[in-house]
Unconditional design. Structure first.
Length: 160
């Protein structure tokens, strides 16, 4: 019976240089069934494309929504803000919206983020290392920033 479950669908991921990837996202104000459906579609799309994170702008939705799934840990961040970050680590990154390109980016190694959950409840999390990197990468999408904007040129990498 169709009405008894939420049917998920795979969304089209925008690819660079689509200009929508460069737009800033608006805060989510309606925490409702449509938001839940969108988040479920984002999770399903991310899994199907073998990603570890997906931001709503990557599917053409200019709202502050991020989903992350890495090593059996899932995080949904609505209206996220970085509260604090410390440490520094340079690591190679890639992106579902910039296929077949990778580069080294410097990110915080520890991060505290304030966000809302799917019901609108405010919470804080502190993450480290790769999970913190994923969060920073996805939050950049909400500002219209891509990892390719932050790549450290190879000649500078050799000096670091």
């Amino acid at each position: 019976m169709k009405g008894d479950y939420l049917e998920m669908s795979i969304m089209k991921i925008l690819k660079h240089p689509d200009p929508r990837l460069r737009l800033a996202s608006s805060a989510v104000v309606n925490f409702n069934k449509q938001l839940t459906l969108l988040v479920n579609d984002m999770l399903e799309t991310m899994r199907k494309k073998a990603g570890v994170g997906l931001a709503a702008p990557q599917i053409g939705v200019l709202e502050q929504i991020v989903v992350i799934e890495y090593k059996n840990k899932q995080q949904i961040l609505i209206n996220p803000k970085i509260i604090s970050g410390e440490g520094s680590d340079i690591m190679e990154e890639a992106c579902l919206s910039v296929p077949e390109q990778a580069g080294y980016v410097d990110r915080f190694t520890q991060l505290t983020v304030q966000a809302q959950d799917i019901n609108g409840k405010v919470f804080e999390i502190t993450e480290t290392n790769y999970f913190a990197r994923i969060i920073q990468h996805e939050l950049d999408h909400l500002k219209g920033v891509l990892f390719i904007d932050k790549i450290i040129p190879e000649d500078q990498l050799e000096r670091i």
